[in-house]
Structures are given as C-alpha cells and as structure tokens.
Design a protein around this ligand. Structure first.
Ligand code: UDP
Ligand code: MG
Length: 338
C-alpha cells in the first residue's frame, strides 16, 4: 500500500494495529511495550495496540491497562476465560481498526525491531508479509516437534504458507476483511492469512527464546493447534487411507491366487503337503490389520470431530470487557463545572 493512497483528505497517515494475545504475561510487559514503541516509531505510520487478554489469572489485564496509559491509541479486549491463542488473535482482529494489522506474540520471541521491515514491505504493496524463521533457539522435544510439523505441513499442503513461518506478520485490511468473513472454528491463521492469495512476501529472522516465563502453549495445546492446521488444510490423509486399503486388497488377492495355485499343484502331486500358516503369523496379521483399521478410523475421526465442531456454530470466544483509550480519555477529562 502506498501511504498517500490511504491518506484521508486531512492527510492522515495509515494506521497499523498491533494485535498481541496474552495469557499470564504480566512479567514481560514493560519491556515488550518499550521495544514495540521504539521500533514502530521509526515507521511512517500511526499505530494502535490491540491487546487480547485470553483469561489470564496473574493480573495481566490490570497491569496491561496501567502500562498502556502512556500510549495514545490502545484497546484491551478481555475474554471471559482462556479460549486459546488462535481465538485470541481472532478476537483481536475483530477489534482492530487499522489499515493493516501486525500479529505478534507477547513473549518477544519474534523481535519487535523487525516491525519497520514488515511495515516497509506492506507500504511497497504486499498484502501479507510473513516472518520466516531461519533458526530457532528452542531445543529438545519442542524443537523436534516444531521441525516435524513444519516439514509435514509443507509436504501435505504443497506450501500454502511459507516454510518455517508462524503468526508473526503484517496483513492488509483487504485480507483482514476476508479473515473476518471466514467462519471457521478450527482456526489455523498462519496458513489461512496466506490462503486468500494477493501479493505476498516474507522477511527472514532468527527466532529467539521466550524472554520471560514458561511457554503458555502447553504441549497438548500445541498438538491440537498442529492437527487443526494439518486437517483443515489437507485431506491427503483420507486419500492415503483409501490407497492403503486398495493396496492391501490387491496384495491379499495376489496371496489368495498363490494359495489356490499351490493347492492345484499339490492335487497334481507337485507338492508333498499344503503349507499351513503358523499361529504367530496369523496373530501378527490380525493385530496388524486391527491396528491399521483403528488408525484409519482415528484419522477419519479427526475430520468428523472437526465437522461436528463446525456445525455446532458456537462462538470462537466470548468478550467479557473492552477497555479503550478513547473511553479512558473521555472519562479522565474534567467535566465543566455547571
Ligand atoms: N497465548 C494465549 N492463549 C493461550 C496460549 C498462549 O493468548 O491459551 C498467547 C501467549 O501469551 C503468547 C502467544 O499466545 O503471547 C504465544 O504463546 P507461547 O509463547 O506460549 O507459544 P509458542 O511460542 O510456543 O508458540
Ligand atoms: Mg512463544
């Protein structure tokens, strides 16, 4: 987008909303806001902060509201309980008024110092600019599963989103409107924001370790998130089940043919006796095919559960409170004495 093209007759600069979801992030807030402010001040845009408190229990909502008072444009959307990172980002989208939005986690793993690069690419005309991780500081099992997910996702979906990317990005209003109009309960925004098309590009960066505290996406939450991504962007697993079934049918037909041929040859005296399968072979075959059936059912179940969730049409999140810089300004303005 060209800044001039969004300028109002009054010559206003484009507005960028920075959406940050938070679950118990009170300890890192001061540094986060300092770094975001320093970084975005160097860009030719106006900005607002849209904080979504996803049911924090450590007082994040109050601390955030205090910290934000030094900024001119902000909103704190408080959800009624913990709904998860993706619904929290979706709530932020619904309350962002910018010509573009930046998605950023609160833990400083994605350095705010990259915001000027995101904004510059957006001003060049790209509708989605995504941060791609050239390296990660996470180690151990978490790291292993992150890598496994990104490789599998890329293979299954044929690259709907840039490899090794996540939420950290800037998205133009035109795409935001599509996201708002898309009614999906099994949300996987990292890929969905890229799915609509339009000119897109990436920036590269090294992903840091969390600045403070423990990861708020537990292993179970991350697994559900990964499965939502895989199953809502690919039906290849269903095709694989069909193909495995077809291959197994062909193999068993072939094996039946071999057994019949042996029987006929034996009748003509070519074999002294019929081969008899041992118990171990039979037991192994029964366990194997039983397991394969359950596995296939499990994969189909993943799709069925998601269809079920979609058809219920429950809201993705419930907003309990909204605090706004405008409302705060009005309420703190001294009233004229009568
Ligand atoms: N988060 C949230 N709700 C949740 C879990 C996480 O709003 O249920 C927020 C969290 O506070 C952080 C961002 O989502 O701002 C990413 O969480 P985290 O750093 O734990 O996840 P990871 O780095 O493993 O993706
Ligand atoms: Mg994180």
């Amino acid at each position: 987008m060209n800044p001039e093209s969004t300028s109002t007759p009054g010559g206003k600069r484009p507005l960028v909303s920075i959406i940050i979801p938070m679950l118990n992030e009170r300890d890192g807030l001061a540094t986060l806001f300092d770094r975001v402010e320093k970084s975005i001040q160097n860009t030719p845009v106006d900005w607002e902060l849209v904080i979504v408190d996803d049911g924090s229990t450590d007082g994040t909502r109050d601390v955030v509201t205090q910290e934000l008072k030094r900024f001119s444009r902000w909103r704190v959307v408080g959800l009624s309980r913990n709904f998860g990172q993706q619904p929290a980002y979706r709530a932020g989208l619904a309350h962002a008024t910018g010509d573009a939005v930046i998605f950023s986690d609160a833990d400083l793993q994605d350095p705010p110092e990259l915001i000027p690069q995101l904004v510059a690419k957006w001003l060049e005309g790209f509708k989605v600019v995504t941060g791609c991780r050239t390296s990660r500081e996470e180690r151990g099992l978490r790291r292993f599963f992150f890598d496994l997910f990104h490789q599998t996702f890329h293979r299954l979906t044929g690259g709907v989103m840039p490899p090794n990317s996540g939420m950290f990005s800037i998205v133009d209003r035109v795409v935001v409107e599509h996201l708002l109009a898309t009614r999906e309960t099994n949300l996987f925004l990292p890929a969905l924001k890229c799915w609509y098309g339009y000119p897109q590009t990436t920036i590269s960066y090294a992903r840091k370790e969390r600045a403070v505290g423990e990861p708020k996406q537990s292993f179970v939450k991350l697994l559900r998130y990964a499965l939502d991504g895989l199953f809502s962007f690919s039906d290849l697993p269903l095709q694989w089940i069909g193909m495995t079934g077809a291959v197994l049918c062909l193999l068993s037909l072939g094996y039946a043919g071999v057994l019949v041929a042996e029987k006929v040859l034996q009748l003509f005296g070519f074999f002294p006796s019929l081969r008899v399968l041992g118990f171990t072979t039979l037991a192994a075959a029964i366990f194997f095919f039983g397991g394969l059936n359950l596995f296939a059912l499990g994969i189909i179940g993943q799709y069925v559960a998601r269809i079920y969730r979609e058809t219920k049409g429950r809201p993705l999140y419930v907003v309990e409170s909204i605090l706004d810089s405008e409302v705060q300004k009005k309420s703190s303005t001294p009233k004229n004495p009568a």
